[in-house]
Every structure is written in C-alpha cells, then in structure tokens.
Design a protein around this ligand. Sequence first.
Ligand code: NAD
Ligand code: UDP
Length: 331
Amino acid sequence: MNILVTGGAGYIGSHTCVALLEAGHSVSIADNLCNSKRETVDKVKLIANKEVTFYEMDVTNAEAVDVVFQNHKIDGVIHFAGLKAVGESVELPLDYYYNNIVSTLILAKACLKYSVNKFVFSSSATVYGDNTVPFVETLNLLPTTNPYGETKAMCERILTDIAKANPSFSVSILRYFNPVGAHESGFIGEAPNGIPNNLMPYVTQVAKGKLKRLRVFGNDYPTVDGTGVRDYIHVVDLAEGHVAALDHLTEGVHIYNLGTGQGTSVLELVNAFETANDINVPYEIVDRRPGDIASCYADASKAKRELGWTAKRDIIAMCRDSWRFETNSKE
Ligand code: NAD
Ligand code: UDP
C-alpha cells in the first residue's frame, strides 16, 4: 500500500516508517519539522534501504494536503503529526487545539474527497484519565487534566462520527501507553528539545552527565514501591503495532491499546537501566508532579486477539536501546 505518514520525521513516526518500508509498503511523509529534523528522514531511508517521498509542510494547510493527495494514489493515512507536551498544552491551549484538531479535520476531509478509506490515528492512554487499571478499551473515558489529552479525546470522537456517517471509512484508533527505546541501529530515537519532561529521556541524560540527578516525583503512591507505575513499550514494538493495525483494518472504528500490559515503577525502571547498561543513575525523591496518576497500564488483550500483535521487547531492551541512541547522539 501507499501510506501517507504525517509526523513521519518524529519519534514514533520515523520508527513506523521503517516498519512500513520493511513490510513492503511505500511511504510518503508530511512533516513541518516543528519537533524533528530532516536528517531523520535520511536515516529512515538508510535503515530500510528504500526511498521515501518527503513533504516539508504543515498538515493544517488544506491546499498543501490536497497537493499530496493529488500527487499520489494514497491507500491509507497514519496521522502522527501533533503537538504532545502536556505541560506546554496548559500554557498554549489554542496552539494545541488548533494544531491537533484542525490537522485531523483536514486529513479526514481529504480522505473522503479522494476516497482514501484507511485512517490510523495516534491517540494516548491519557484519554482514560484516572480510571482503574488495567485500562481496557471499553472503559468510559474520564476527563484528562490538560488540553493535550482533550485534543486526543476530541479527535477520537470526530473520527468516530465521520466513520459512522461514511461506512466505507475505516478508522483505527491506537492508544499508546509510554513509548521508550530506539531503533537498535542507534540511528533514530527520541531527541527532545531542552530539558526532557518524560522519564526515560531524563534518565539517559542523567546517565550521560548532562543532568545532575533524576527527580523521582513522589514515593507515596499506592504502588509496589510508592513511585508511579507506567506501561513502557518499546517504540519498535509500537511501530509494528501500526503495521498490524493497517493490515487488519476493516470498515468502522476500531480502538486498540498498544502497551505491554506490564506496569513498571519509576524505581524499577531506574534499576533496569542501571542493570542493562552497567551505569549509575543518581536520583532524589521529590514531591508528586501535579496531574500525575499513580498507575497506568494496558489491558493489551484486544490487540493480541484481533491484530495478532503483542509487544516482544522487554524493559531491559528498552533501556539498552535508549542508552545506545543517547550515546550515539552528538549533543
Ligand atoms: P514527535 O513530536 O516526535 O512527532 C510528531 C511529529 O509531527 C514531529 O515530527 C513534528 O514536527 C510533526 N508535526 C507536528 N505538528 C505538525 C503539523 N501541523 N504539520 C506537520 N507536521 C507536524 O512526537 P511522537 O512522540 O512521535 O508522537 C507522535 C504522535 O503520537 C503524536 O500525535 C502524539 O501526541 C502521540 N502520542 C505520543 C506519545 C509519546 O509518549 N511519545 C504517547 C501517546 C501518544
Ligand atoms: N517521572 C519522574 N521524574 C521525571 C519524569 C517522570 O519521576 O523526571 C515519573 C512520573 O511521575 C511518572 C513516570 O515517571 O510516574 C512516567 O512519567 P512520564 O512523564 O514519562 O510519562 P506520563 O506521566 O505521561 O505517563
């Protein structure tokens, strides 16, 4: 299939492009590089040893999107492009609602115009809010604590309504848990701008000596050791989940958790990182981070049952591959 990957120069998008190319699909990327670099597209081509068409463009620009659909006979769209920093979304709600929702509207409209029936959307476990774990797809969604999470819940609703009104439009909504790790080549991975918000990139920068010590946000949660529990998933497993979702896409709306089903606490992750890489990660316990929940992990059985997909890489592989990418990067 010819797949249009929006946000394909980004962290999850670039790994998914590699997986798509390796599975025999053709890929066009549309990315405005607001949170990524052009050279990542070259790395994708290098790893997969295949060509990719790259459009440096904003997917909130309807005319530019139309040109892409005219230029290619597109069979499916995977829509990763979006702003994703939770804290920033509280400061810049208009930018987040505009970028994340308008891009989805414009792409869905182009799909209907050009009879492109396959649409895969990047959602997030954040839409579950503070439900009881494990999170299963049938749960009622609870309010999230930030505009970013609301954009995901709204886009899910918008795509569901469009699919209801257009029965041939097939939508796969993928709710990611906590993507970490990097391609094992060490060529592509997560390279956040500035001081990272997320745990794994923070840990790798502490290990490298760029940051002094990890601040563990709270050790009084009702969890195994009091620190927050999350379902970390290797980004290459996540990428493969997209290929499976595309291959199995049938009419209607299908929602899948992409997680491992395993919870790991902050201190367990730090220990795994130290063991995997034989390196010390200094840390201190500080107050809880506002808006955090105690535990978040998936019931991952639906994706296994319907897509034949499960995550294969364990926490040690995640830590090893994250560290390899960090040690490879120049900054
Ligand atoms: P990322 O920032 O690395 O990738 C997003 C890409 O989209 C970037 O390359 C950016 O330049 C591009 N982009 C943003 N707005 C655009 C626009 N208007 N037009 C064109 N390109 C645009 O983020 P990621 O971690 O790869 O996340 C991909 C998707 O998955 C996002 O929608 C994100 O919300 C979602 N998601 C991410 C996580 C996570 O922890 N990384 C978890 C759940 C969901
Ligand atoms: N966390 C932490 N220190 C950090 C960053 C994160 O202790 O510098 C904790 C956070 O409180 C949560 C877990 O690590 O329990 C995962 O946080 P992250 O921001 O990576 O993901 P999210 O909270 O979005 O699931």
